[in-house]
Structure formats: structure tokens, C-alpha cells
Design a protein around this ligand. Structure first.
Ligand code: TXA
Ligand code: MG
Length: 318
């Protein structure tokens, strides 16, 4: 066995024994525990300092594993699974008893996804159990897209970090709930709404303030750097005496900024999503007074980018 496979086996063994391990997925790094072990899952909430009312997504390695975890898969959910798994899509479906209440914060639906990352799937497969995993960051802060981001925030309080390099998608999965008659978008993410709608037709899109009710953990302020962030750079002039950083899609705007982060020179929204969180982290550590960001087009992965930036800008008492 080569040394990386050994690390994957070690990670799986730690999770099987009730430990918590950070691992790569195509979206962001997750912090995983055995989803059927409430004590292990409790450690995730402690390490992240995450409120218990914010449920966790359960990750599986093979399609069949879904039947261990959920009671039924409605036809439209089955269509999405066939078309988009493994991939950046989480479905909320009625949970079976095997998933303890701590995972779903007492809700009757569980979020489930099969990640498109071989390291993640090998690890889950070796565990032989579904793996509950939120993003591997402290609650409310920016999601990690490489192992170094994880170790900065959680290095001291978790059992292992499996380093699989940088994440290829870079924003979290799109979440669709099938707990009501019509499918509902709970979080725009790494799979575009356009592709989902093409497959299953109508998807209910709650207005942004409704997300909080639809998905308990989606408190408005999230994905946030510690530097104040203004979502739409044109809403107010920047004071001259401030050090201001700009986060821009293509870098074609003018202005007097201390630092400029360009997400994609060609305006490619997939590339922009992939660069988003690392760029936000760089701006946050540049000693700025303010970060201003440009809204990107609200299409494809642009929807997820705008959602994260809007939440990052929400006032601190939300
Ligand atoms: O791409 C992703 O989804 C990453 C990787 C690691 O898979 N995970 C992730 O997890 O972003 P997390 O915990 O940071 O965000 C999951 C969101 C939470 O805000 C939660 O409110 C919602 O999904 N969620 C999870 N389970 C749910 C459920 N049963 N019902 C409603 N919302 C749920
Ligand atoms: Mg998260």
C-alpha cells in the first residue's frame, strides 16, 4: 500500500473509532465523523463551535448506500441522483432511524450527498458507515478549499487532516429539499440551478430572508472574513483615509485600492467560484479596513458566489 492510501485507511480507522477527520471533497474540505455515532458527531459541533440547531450533511460512497439512510427517494430526486451524483448536490430526504437526531438537529429530513472526489469516497467506503460532515471551518467563517486553511482554524482540535490538494469546485454543494410537494432550493451552490431545472422543471426559490426559516443553519451572517465587507461596491464611496481591498470578477474596474483580487480574468463563473474563498482569505489577512466586492452575474455558479458574498457582508448582529 502506498503512503497516501495508508493515510486514507488511517483516516477511515479514526472515524470508525469515533474520531473526527478533515478530508477533501470537490466543493470544500469537510470535517467528518461516523454519522451513526452521536458522540462522535457531537465532537464536530464542539470543534467548529457550531450551534446544535444547524444540521449536518451526510456523505456516502456508493449509490446503494442511500437506502441505509433514507426512507424513500421521490422520482425527481432519483432523476437528479442519476444525472448529478457523484457531485456538488445535496438532497434533503426523509431520514431513517439509523441517523441520530443530533445530525439533523431534530428534523425529519437528512441532507445527503455523494462527493465527486476519489479520496473522500475511498475513505467513506473504508469506514463502511455514512460520514456526517460540515465544512471544516469554525462556525460562520470562510470555508476551506485546501488543507492549510483547515489547519489554520482547526489544526489543534481534530484528529487528522487528509490533504488532497485544492478543491476543484470551490463553493459548497447546492441543496435541494424534497420534504415538501415541490422541490425547494435551500442553498445555491456548486451545481447550477439552470442544470437542475433542466432536469426536473420547477424548483421553488425562497427569497433570501426566507432561507433562515427553510434551512435552520442558514443564519444570515456566514462565510465571513473578520474585515468588514461591503457587498455592492457602488453603494457608497470609500473614505480616502481607509485601506480598501477590492474583490472583482474580471478586474476591469478602476479605483484606488490597496489590493485587488481578480476571480477570473475571462469572467468564467466556474473559475471564479473556485478562487472565491482563497481570495477572500488573502484579502482578510492583508490588514485592510474594508473589503468591497462586486456583484457577479446572477447565473450559473454566480448565484452561489453572490449568495456567499451577500452573507459575508451581513451585519454582525444577524
Ligand atoms: O459542499 C458541501 O455541502 C460541504 C462538503 C463538506 O460536503 N458541506 C457543507 O456543510 O457545506 P455545512 O454544514 O457547512 O453546510 C450545510 C448546510 C447547513 O447550513 C444546514 O443548514 C443545511 O446544509 N442542512 C444540512 N442538513 C439539513 C437538513 N436536514 N435540513 C435542512 N438543511 C440542512
Ligand atoms: Mg459551512
Amino acid at each position: 500500500m502506498d503512503s497516501f492510501n495508508k493515510q486514507i485507511s488511517e483516516a477511515a480507522a479514526i472515524i470508525s473509532k469515533g474520531g473526527i477527520v478533515a478530508f477533501p471533497t470537490e466543493t470544500v474540505y469537510g470535517l467528518g465523523a461516523d454519522a451513526t455515532n452521536p458522540t462522535a458527531v457531537a465532537r464536530i459541533f464542539e470543534a467548529k463551535e457550531r450551534p446544535r440547531l444547524d444540521p449536518l450533511i451526510v456523505h456516502i460512497a456508493e449509490l446503494d448506500q442511500i437506502n441505509e439512510v433514507v426512507h424513500s427517494v421521490p422520482p425527481k430526486a432519483a432523476l437528479l441522483i442519476e444525472r448529478f451524483w457523484p457531485g456538488p448536490l445535496t438532497l434533503i430526504l426523509p431520514k431513517k432511524e439509523i441517523i441520530p437526531d443530533i445530525v439533523t438537529s431534530g428534523l425529519s429530513g437528512v441532507g445527503i450527498r455523494m462527493p465527486d472526489n476519489n479520496i473522500a469516497r475511498s475513505m467513506i467506503s473504508l469506514c463502511g458507515k455514512p460520514v456526517a460532515a460540515p465544512s471544516a471551518n469554525k462556525f460562520g467563517s470562510i470555508s476551506p478549499t485546501c488543507a492549510a486553511h483547515v489547519s489554520e482554524q482547526l489544526g489543534n482540535c481534530i484528529d487528522m487532516i487528509l490533504d488532497g490538494g485544492s478543491c476543484s469546485v470551490g463553493v459548497e454543494s447546492t441543496i435541494i429539499s424534497f420534504m415538501n410537494e415541490d422541490p425547494v432550493l435551500l442553498r445555491p451552490g456548486g451545481l447550477s440551478l439552470e442544470l437542475i431545472q433542466k432536469e426536473i422543471g420547477k424548483v421553488i426559490i425562497p427569497d433570501t430572508t426566507d432561507y433562515k426559516n427553510a434551512s435552520p443553519g442558514r443564519s444570515l451572517r456566514h462565510y465571513a472574513p473578520s474585515t468588514p465587507l461591503r457587498f455592492n461596491k457602488d453603494t457608497a464611496p470609500c473614505p480616502d483615509n481607509m485601506k480598501v481591498g477590492l474583490l472583482t470578477l474580471k478586474g476591469d474596474s478602476t479605483g484606488n485600492y490597496t489590493v485587488v483580487e481578480v476571480l477570473s480574468k475571462t469572467g468564467n463563473l466556474n473559475e471564479a467560484a473556485c478562487n472565491l474563498f482563497a481570495a477572500l482569505r488573502r484579502l482578510d489577512s492583508a490588514g485592510l479596513d474594508l473589503i468591497v466586492v462586486e456583484k457577479v452575474p446572477d447565473e450559473g455558479l454566480g448565484r452561489a458566489i453572490n449568495d456567499r458574498l451577500f452573507r459575508a457582508s451581513a451585519s454582525r448582529n444577524n
